[in-house]
Design a protein around this ligand. Structure first.
Ligand code: TUI
Length: 317
């Protein structure tokens, strides 16, 4: 499938794997890139030297393009911005902030810059700052989210900018992907589906929570601190929601969340971990290799797209 994004990045399929902190390492990213998508290593809140090792490892594991995601709330984001220039990864995506100040140095090195945006205003600002494309992420997504759904946000941003749009949030099969393309996206980004991939090294408890999740099993905490996060409901999210109702101070609230993602990913701590996942988790029923996930997804996309009018029996008169 050829789109503006496959041409821009030199890949077979228009799919990017989300830059999930603590989750998206060299093994996952290289598996996605080897399967013809775009793998991302997540900087998360890790120091630059830890991430450099992951980049070097990914370079051993694949000769295909892969990228780095910088979470801009990280204390190490400045160092990671430099690291990208030194290691010359193919592309950078950013989340949880405005990367404008780094865009000129990345562009100078020929690195494709793809900020994640949750609003039309930020999308326009990123286009003006020189972004090559945008990941437009709806609030169906897991982790740190904005306040608008994929269905509403993608077409509004597609109309507001002239650079290609990659839709994210709520995409995990042929139907949801085709819907995103219909809204005007040139590619999709998916995170939750790769959580249960064979090459994803998260704790078994995390994979099982995703596989067992129902439609209503995720919750958003931290709206009032300005950093809302979607994760699978458990004792941890219940506790945070109680504290929010009690009107806990924002800083004290943030303190309660520190280390919780690691507790989920590494320890599989069902009571204290923050098991970030999107609302589409309810659709995901089995584990598979990244290669099978991607090839099956694109064969489904083709079936859904080509069979649309015929299978649904719609008639335009
Ligand atoms: O970044 C994400 N998702 C994430 S980051 C993350 S690590 C984390 N852990 C604990 C607490 C908070 C984060 C887990 N999931 N997605 C991309 C994304 N970016 N979603 C929303 C935004 C965003 C929000 C505000 C991007 C820009 C922005 O701009 C504000 C400004 O400065 O104008």
């Amino acid at each position: 499938m050829k789109t503006k994004i496959t041409e821009m990045l030199g890949v077979k399929y228009p799919i990017i794997q989300g830059g999930m902190a603590w989750v998206a390492d060299a093994r996952l990213a290289s598996a996605v890139s080897n399967a013809g998508g775009v793998g991302l290593i997540a900087g998360g809140s890790a120091p630059a030297e830890v991430i450099r090792k992951e980049i070097l490892k990914a370079k051993e594991l694949t000769d295909k393009p892969f990228g780095l995601n910088i979470m801009l709330m990280s204390p190490h984001s400045e160092d990671l911005a430099q690291l990208i220039c030194e290691e010359k990864v193919s592309l950078v995506t950013t989340g949880a902030g405005n990367p404008a100040k780094y865009i000129p140095i990345w562009k100078e090195k020929g690195i494709k810059v793809i900020p994640v945006v949750p609003s039309v205003a930020l999308a326009k600002r990123m286009e003006r700052s020189g972004a090559d494309a945008l990941v437009v992420e709806g609030m169906e997504a897991g982790g740190h989210i904005g306040g608008i759904t994929t269905m509403c946000l993608v077409p509004q941003i597609v109309d507001a900018v002239n650079i290609p749009v990659i839709a994210a949030g709520g995409i995990a099969d042929g139907r949801t992907a085709v819907a995103a393309f219909m809204l005007g996206a040139d590619a999709i980004q998916a995170g939750t589906i790769f959580l249960v991939s064979d090459e994803c090294g998260i704790h078994e408890n995390y994979k099982n929570l995703v596989l067992k999740a129902k439609d209503t099993d995720s919750a958003v905490t931290g709206f009032y601190t300005g950093h809302p996060v979607r994760s699978i409901r458990n004792k941890f999210t219940k506790n945070l929601m109680t504290k929010e109702k009690e009107g806990i101070d924002s800083e004290d609230f943030e303190m309660l969340t520190i280390g919780s993602l690691k507790k989920a990913v590494i320890d599989g701590n069902l009571d204290e971990g923050s098991f970030m996942a999107g609302q589409i988790a309810g659709l995901i029923k089995k584990t598979d290799s990244c290669e099978n996930i991607i090839t099956n997804l694109f064969s489904d996309i083709e079936d859904v797209y080509k069979g649309f009018v015929e299978k649904r029996g719609f008639v335009f008169e």
